[in-house]
Write a protein that binds this ligand. Sequence first.
Ligand code: SAM
Length: 220
Amino acid sequence: MADDKATRLQQSWIHNAAGWTAAVREGRIESRRLATDAAILAAIRRHRPARLLDLGCGEGWLCRAAAAEGIDALGIDAAAPLIEAARAAGGARYEVMGYEQLDPARLGRHDLLVCNFALLDDRLPALLRALHALRAPSGRLLIQTLHPGEAEGEGWREERFEAFGSGFPAAMPWYFRSRAAWLTALHEADWGNIVTHEPIHPHTGAPASLLLDAGPTETA
Ligand SMILES: C[S@@+](CC[C@H](N)C(=O)[O-])C[C@H]1O[C@@H](n2cnc3c(N)ncnc32)[C@H](O)[C@@H]1O
């Protein structure tokens, strides 16, 4: 059952690729425009990485922004139409690759691994462990995710993108995790050196996201 949802999740990004690309590039997502884009870019700058891997890069905005600051940026995503859109815009390197097929020999090692609103299914524990093969010895992992608020537990939910305008024919199943569930998953996968940030939405004063900056446990 869960695998069906993970498959539907990935397929939704193929069906919604054009709508998503337009929504991102036209700045239709207010929380991104006002808070979360700047927050992830500031977190990247704090680490001054030479090499960055953007997992679930979508249409590539974050790779383009990193490359414009002189960072060697590589983006991967399972949705071929999004990688096509990223390549068409240029600026960085992109590969069609799912998290389940990560190929360290092909991807190399990176100072910073970034997942910006891109860890959406229930296979997080296996992915987090696999990411160690892609980091430089002191490499870190940045995860920005929907703020879970005070909700507890974890489980599948569904998003219909109604706030993002047209171009979203497919609903997206996604796997909710509480703050405690995120932290436990990171600790259990040996990403135990964690600093958390909560970028604030300037209009509501509420946290716009949860930003987890994690290093390997041995550096804790
Ligand atoms: C909300 S979008 C975020 C895109 C981009 N990181 C950004 O900030 O605009 C989520 C992305 O994760 C990708 N994704 C989801 N599950 C994936 C998987 N198992 N392997 C690779 N990419 C995946 C989707 O294709 C989609 O591009």
